[in-house]
Design a protein around this ligand. Structure first.
Ligand SMILES: Cc1cc2nc3c(=O)[nH]c(=O)nc-3n(C[C@H](O)[C@H](O)[C@H](O)COP(=O)(O)O)c2cc1C
Length: 169
């Protein structure tokens, strides 16, 4: 592998069962084996090893970084994108300058450009659906987005309407 020029690998710490489990079940049913990934790093120290699977908190990320070079997060960020804010602050000592609302406004500008190329609004929702995770109004925010966007595929005011729930308007 190294001879072929590979410098980085991302290893999912579960062994998928190709028979009997769906892709979704394979993300939770087979046991996690982080030691297996650590051993790859120990045996190939020159290889950049990135660990993945079931990692949820910044403390867990920090613990894994004692053993490997990087951590890939999937569902944790999907469920709570603002975890990236904490990680940026804790790991890189360089806080994200923007608050959630400012990030949203930047994202709306990105959506505007995407919609102009034919992308539909509801395809663009996932990255911001859980932006207000844990904050009062979050459920109504999400509900407004997922119910309105499929019918109003070019209409960015759906975001403004949903955002009012975060301001209790
Ligand atoms: C909604 C969703 C879509 C995914 N799509 C892919 C994919 O297309 N290709 C892939 O290799 N892994 C995919 N994965 C698996 C992730 O890359 C990751 O390995 C998995 O979610 C385990 O990491 P986590 O526990 O941090 O979520 C997907 C996971 C989720 C939750």
């Amino acid at each position: 592998m190294l001879d072929a020029g590979i410098k980085t690998i991302i290893v999912h710490a579960r062994k998928a069962w190709l028979k009997g489990l769906s892709p979704k079940q394979n993300r939770s049913v087979p046991p996690l084996n982080y030691d297996f990934v650590y051993k790859i790093k120990q045996n190939f120290p020159e290889l950049c090893v990135i660990i993945n699977g079931g990692i949820n908190t910044s403390d867990e990320v920090k613990a894994h970084l004692q053993q490997v070079d990087g951590v890939m997060l999937g569902r944790a960020i999907w469920n709570n994108p603002w975890l990236l804010y904490d990680l940026q602050k804790q790991l890189f000592d360089r806080p994200i300058e923007n608050n959630r609302d400012e990030v949203l406004h930047k994202y709306i500008e990105y959506c505007r450009a995407q919609i102009n190329t034919g992308v539909k609004l509801h395809w663009l929702l996932p990255p911001v659906l859980n932006l207000y995770h844990g904050i009062a109004g979050n459920k109504k925010w999400k509900n407004h987005l997922v119910t309105q966007a499929p019918n109003r595929i070019n209409d960015l005011s759906v975001y403004d309407e949903a955002w009012r729930y975060m301001k209790n308007e």
